[in-house]
Design a protein around this ligand. Structure first.
Ligand code: BDR
Ligand code: CA
Length: 307
């Protein structure tokens, strides 16, 4: 029996890959969308696009169209104006099941035991659900998120995009007291990268989904090459999925992690206590390394599986 998850996302190229991978690796009870890489109407359209393209029968619920307190910010340099720039967009006929992602998260957790929440965008929906229904914290199996970093950020010297985009929501999640909190931050996600060879292999496959993903990865890789001089592009969001479905591929360290919500220079920083022997409560399993070759095989297999 596959692990039950709710994938909360802001597609986003790597979110698109996370959707395909999650549908293969887990029992995805719902996809919920949030403002992040692009405005909410686009991240929702992109999630629906991926479901239609891959023939996934998963309800999509749109959620928060802005962060809790700070103004909405997006990532067009990484993902383009649509959030999913690159290949031609196919016509999409699927529609969102509701505009109540928060209600969906609460009712799904209340009616299913041991659901994992897997947020791979700003944490607004998850924080709102926890605030509205604190009982869900005791019912979930855990939260596996992509966000933060042990070390440098990407939008600022100290902050990663998902945490920076809604730092007050992140604060609520990191302080929620959930039984298990797994963090796939930039220190981890930059170990799992897609380069030109993988893209060529997907294109050579010739199937609709592999060809579309090759087009997405072309755009995504070019943006990382231009902005960061990288030769391969990090698959951030799939890491949070694999941390649930294949934890044996990771090494984790139990740490105390908190979020700087309002710092002038450090807004959105994940403050990871790495002091040996610290008495701070270890609220988070921080991912430090991944078997990248095995993870990449799973990614390529997942894409090819859809044909
Ligand atoms: C995160 O920000 C987004 O651009 C990606 O989808 C990922 O979730 C990486 O900082
Ligand atoms: Ca994302």
């Amino acid at each position: 029996m596959n692990t039950k998850i709710i994938l909360d996302c802001d597609p986003g190229h790597d979110d698109a890959m996370a959707i395909l991978l999650a549908a293969r690796e887990c029992d995805v009870l719902a996809i919920t969308t949030v403002s992040g890489n692009a405005p909410l109407h686009l991240t929702t359209a992109n999630a629906l696009l991926m479901c239609e393209l891959a023939g996934l029968d998963i309800p999509v619920h749109s959620g928060a169209d802005r962060p809790l307190l700070v103004p909405a910010a997006h990532a067009p340099r990484a993902h383009g104006a649509t959030g999913l720039d690159g290949p031609p967009r196919p016509q999409v006929y699927l529609e969102a099941t509701s505009a109540d992602a928060v209600g969906c998260i609460i009712s799904t957790v209340r009616t299913h035991d041991d659901v994992w929440l897997v947020p791979v965008g700003p944490l607004t929906n998850i924080a709102l659900a926890i605030r509205q229904a604190p009982d869900i914290v005791g019912r979930i199996a855990g939260i596996s998120l992509m966000g933060g970093a042990v070390g440098p950020g990407n939008v600022t010297p100290t902050a990663e995009f998902n945490i920076w985009a809604d730092p007050h929501a992140a604060l609520i999640v990191f302080r929620s007291g959930t039984r298990v909190l797994r963090m796939a931050g930039l220190n981890l996600t930059h170990q799992l990268c897609v380069g030109p060879e993988v893209i060529a292999a997907l294109r050579a496959d010739g199937g609709t989904v592999p060809t579309f993903m090759a087009g997405l990865f072309d755009f995504y890789l070019a943006s990382y090459q231009e902005r960061a001089g990288l030769e391969a592009a990090p698959m951030h969001d799939p890491c949070a999925v694999l941390a649930v479905s294949r934890p044996e591929l990771f090494s984790f360290g139990a740490r105390h992690v908190d979020v700087e919500a309002d710092g002038d220079l450090t807004r959105g920083m994940t403050v990871v206590d790495e002091r040996p022997g610290t008495e701070a409560v270890r609220n988070c399993d921080v991912a430090y390394s991944i078997d990248a070759a095995a993870a990449l095989d799973l990614i390529v297999d997942a894409v090819r599986n859809y044909g």
